[in-house]
Every structure is written in C-alpha cells, then in structure tokens.
Design a protein around this ligand. Structure first.
Ligand code: F0G
Length: 370
C-alpha cells in the first residue's frame, strides 16, 4: 500500500501520512474536489478507511482476492461523511445558515454532525418508524431539528426538494453534486491501496448516489492513469425495494434493510449508466439473503455492519453461484456500522440474558467448562 494518495499532491499541505495528523477528505483530495481558497477546511477525520481482506468468504466465492472497504469506520459510522464534509463546507462557503436532508438515517446523522461542527442549523426529514434508533440518536445528539413524516423516504426527499426551492437552505442529499464529488474519493483510496481498480465493486443501492460516485471515481482514476482498468459495478437492491431491477418505481418499498428502503431513487438514471458503462449489473437480493450475509460477516469475518451494507455481500454470494470469479479481485463496500441498529442484532442472534449468581462454579458451568 503506497503511503501517499496519487491524487493528493498539494505542496502547501503538511507532509504527513494521509491518515495521520487530522487530514480529512477536503485536504487529502483538494485537487480533485471543488475546493477553492474560500472553502473552509473542515474535517471530522472522514475518509482513509480500512480495506480489509476477507478470511473466509473469499474462498467460497472462488475469487482471487476479496476485500471489504470499511466505510463504517467513518466518524458518523457511514460513507455519507465523505460527501457531507464537502456539501457542508460548500454551504458554509456560500453563506448558508442551515442544511436540510431527507434520510433513512445515515445522511441525517452525518448532516447533523457536520452542521453542528460548523454552527449551521440542521433539519432532517425522516420516515417515521423506519429509521434505526442509533441513527436517530445521532441526529438528536447533534441538535438537529427532526421532522418525522407519515410516509417513506421518497416522500421525504420530495418535501426536502420543495422546501429548499422555497427557502435559502442547502439541500445536502446526494442530489447535491458536492456529495457525489466527496463520495468518489473512496474509489481513489481503493485504487491507491490495490495499485489498480478491482475487477468488481459490490455495493448496496438505495437512492443510487453511492454507485454514481464510485463509478465517477474509478473513471477519473482510469483517465489519470492511476488505474489500468475500471471495475464492473455490481449494485444490489433489496427485493422489496428494487425499482431499478424491475424498471418501475415501487410505491410501498419493504425491506429489513431500512437504509435502502427506497422506491424511486433520485440517481436512478446515473446508476443505470454506471451499470451499463462498466458492463456490470444491478440485481436484487431477498431479506433472507441480506440477513444471512449480515450474520456471516459478523461471525465469520468479524465485521459488524448494518443490514443494508450486507446487501452488497449477499449480492456477491449470489453472483458467485453463476459467475466464474477465478483470478478476480473483488471489493465489497461496507457502507455503515451495525452499532446503529443494536435491536436488529439482538433479534437476529436470538439473544437472551439469564442472570446467574456471581459464583465461579456457576460461571464455569455456564461456559461449559464444568
Ligand atoms: N448503505 C447504507 C448504510 C445507507 O445508509 C445507504 C443510503 C445506502 C447503503 C445506499 O446508498 O442511497 O447512495 O444508493 N442511505 C441514505 C440515507 C438514503 O438517507 O442515509 P445510496
């Protein structure tokens, strides 16, 4: 793994390792982002996330190397921070006083974090009863104004667009081009770590901003000749929320993976372009497949992600059944941490606590040692 990013060569920056010294996405990637002298240099330490090799699933898929890009290690626990730092910095640069987003949870947590750091008001519109508690807790803790609507994410995004068309508030969903710009930096990091693009990139698809951003990042790496190839983009939607797969909006999307419970993705067309230009695929995976991958990542790879993130891995396992992956390098994006939704984990692993007396003999018996 090289020590400096191939796309971050600003001589005016301190000469430190990209991952040290508090340099976030805006500094490390200033030359490929819409950063000007007037852009505030904000960071919560986003980006530079680990690319960890699989210890078990790799063999099963038959690929040469399988890696997980742990975007769950970002400061607010999801990939959203890469784009949010750019969107919020540009909002500050423009003189905006407030940001607004619609969210299934992670975008709101990230927006609330960066807004609080910059002294902006954050407003978030969320589908009532469909957001994991940890994500809501983050937005609450950062002091965001939370508007819970009786509707889904698609209604929330429509309303967010309408409000920001009428009021001077920055819309920080991925329809904001600065979000996509920031998120493409994950592709640069993967190319930097592997010294080339992987053969396939697997990721969950919800509102389709992330697949758009990764594709842009890989195309730019190829154009700059830091990568010799571009990956096939393999995106995966939950079967009950798979409009891109079916070709029509889903009016009432359903899935355990609440982060991608979206029936009419904003970046639908760009996701199709990423799929087709890369020669990739967008498929659906069932909730059962998602939860199976969620369990296996936790118990066989040591990776605790949220169900939506497991959809990308479920998709890879599905593809491996029909596509020969021999000789291929594959990266699965782990988009968010499982800590945001402890209820899901406790339900999934049939966990029950039966308190026992604090005695050695009892503890040994409980451990199966006596
Ligand atoms: N994984 C996680 C953990 C997410 O939170 C999201 C989207 C996705 C995958 C899908 O990414 O929308 O760019 O295709 N979450 C948004 C939110 C919708 O509001 O937090 P996408």
């Amino acid at each position: 793994m090289s020590q400096t990013s191939p796309v971050s060569k600003r001589p005016d920056l301190p000469a430190v390792h990209p991952g040290m010294g508090g340099r976030g996405v805006l500094q490390r990637f200033a030359d490929v982002l819409p950063v000007t002298d007037a852009t505030p240099d904000i960071t919560l330490g986003e980006g530079d996330t680990p690319l960890v090799r699989s210890v078990r699933l790799e063999k099963e898929t038959g690929c040469q190397a399988l890696y997980f890009k742990l975007e769950s290690c970002n400061p607010s626990g999801s990939f959203k921070d890469r784009g949010m730092v750019v969107a919020v910095a540009k909002a500050v640069e423009r003189g905006d006083r407030a940001v607004l987003c619609a969210s299934t949870g992670n975008t709101s947590a990230s927006a609330a974090a960066y807004a609080s750091r910059c002294g902006l008001e954050a407003y978030v519109i969320v589908p009532h009863g469909r957001v994991a508690e940890g994500k809501l807790a983050q937005a609450v803790a950062h002091g965001a104004h939370i508007i819970a609507i009786e509707g889904g994410f698609d209604d929330a995004l429509r309303l967010a667009r309408e409000v920001t068309a009428r009021h001077p508030i920055a819309l920080v969903n991925s329809v904001n081009p600065h979000r996509i710009e920031g998120q493409k930096t994950a592709a640069f990091e993967i190319v930097d770590a592997l010294d080339d693009a992987p053969d396939m990139l697997c990721l969950p698809v919800g509102n389709a901003g992330n697949i758009t951003a990764y594709w842009r990042g890989f195309v730019e790496c190829y154009q700059r000749e830091s990568a010799k190839k571009k990956p096939l983009m393999w995106g995966f939607q939950a079967a009950g929320a798979a409009p891109i797969v079916s070709g029509e909006p889903v009016p009432d999307p359903q899935t355990v993976a609440t982060a991608i419970r979206i029936g009419n993705p904003a970046s639908w067309q760009r996701a199709i372009e990423a799929r087709d230009e890369s020669g990739g695929d967008i498929q659906s995976v069932t909730d059962e497949q998602i939860l199976n991958a969620y369990r296996r990542l936790a118990q066989e790879e040591g990776i605790f992600c949220e169900p939506a993130s497991a959809a990308g891995v479920a998709g890879l396992l599905q593809q491996a059944a029909s596509v020969d992956l021999a000789g291929k390098t594959v990266v699965c994006v782990i988009t968010g941490t499982g800590l945001k939704d402890p209820e899901r984990a406790l339900a999934e692993f049939a966990f029950e606590l039966n308190p026992v007396p604090p005695e050695l003999a009892t503890v040994e018996r409980e451990m199966g040692l006596a």
